[in-house]
Design a binder for this molecule. Sequence first.
Ligand code: FES
Length: 163
Amino acid sequence: MEKMTEKNETSDFDELTKKMEEEILEEAREIYTEKTLEEAYNPKNVGELETPSGAARVTGPCGDTLQMHIKVKENKIVDCKFITDGCGASMACGSVVTELVKGKTIEEALTVENKDVLSVLGGLPEENIHCSVLAVDTLRAALEDYKSKDKNKIRKRNKKERR
Ligand code: FES
């Protein structure tokens, strides 16, 4: 009999949680596009690369940080991963940026702008625009990190060849 009560309490709690989640989602739907919610709740390419060719961690004006790793082979981005402690919008923007740059050359990736991210997401509320800027700024910093490492590699190789 006691077990029965426990079970009822659990299912009441589950129902309450479900209802709250639905209400939160309903409110979010009024603010964000369906695509943004999809990317925020199921972001792609979350994580770190073991041996990234380029890496960067940038903190935005809101105090949130986004980290991005890129793997480059023959001047093409073959993998890209990110993590963030930021808001849901930054999760969505990080996900979109990583998808946008995969397969691109370094030069092509450098032309990615936050308006490209906004266009994939179908826009963001004004107060979240900086989240898309943070994702693109982090990408650029990771690309610059790769370029400076690559330059050093070439310099070392040239030095060796001169010996
Ligand atoms: Fe800080 Fe979105 S990244 S509010």
